[in-house]
Design a protein around this ligand. Structure first.
Ligand code: RB5
Length: 149
């Protein structure tokens, strides 16, 4: 499984924790920064990760900022990206099972490292259920086309 991960300055420590978790899970992980605590703009990092996932280069993306909100807002501007901001394992499982989410967003100021690891594991381990949920995803794709994304 190939995963790409990024954060802003407010998510840097949790991102590093999650890189370790991904390696322990034997995922192939590309960590695209940032490398220092200097202030950066989360949209830049959300864009890089979203483009790479939408292009099919990675199965999943992980984005961390202070709350996870800015990352999720920006990631969801990209065609083919279904980014889910998760604060617990149930949300992570549902985001995969029902929404086929392909980007997980987390907030370093919201969830601790242990919970974040559990959320990540639940997200990666849960398959999309398909069936009745697929036609709903088709409607999301239609909306993307209508809106010129
Ligand atoms: C940075 O201070 C903070 O605004 C950012 O990490 C994120 O929480 C935005 O949604």
């Amino acid at each position: 499984m190939k995963v790409i991960i990024a954060s802003d300055h407010a998510g840097l420590e949790l991102r590093r924790e999650l890189v370790n978790a991904l390696k322990e899970l034997r995922a192939e992980v590309d960590d695209v920064g940032p490398t220092t605590n200097a202030s950066v703009d989360y949209p830049d990092f959300a864009r890089s990760v979203s483009k790479a996932v939408a292009a099919g280069d990675y199965q999943f993306g992980v984005l961390v900022c202070g709350t996870g909100m800015g990352m999720s807002i920006m990631a969801n501007k990209h065609r083919g990206i279904r980014a889910a901001l998760c604060t617990n394992e149930l949300e992570a499982r549902m985001a995969r099972a029902h929404n086929d989410a392909n980007v997980l967003c987390l907030g370093q100021r919201v969830v601790g490292a242990g919970l974040a690891r559990s959320i990540l594991e639940a997200f990666l381990a849960t398959p999309f259920e398909g069936g009745r949920h697929q036609k709903r995803l088709d409607k999301i794709r239609e909306a993307e086309s209508e809106n010129g994304r």
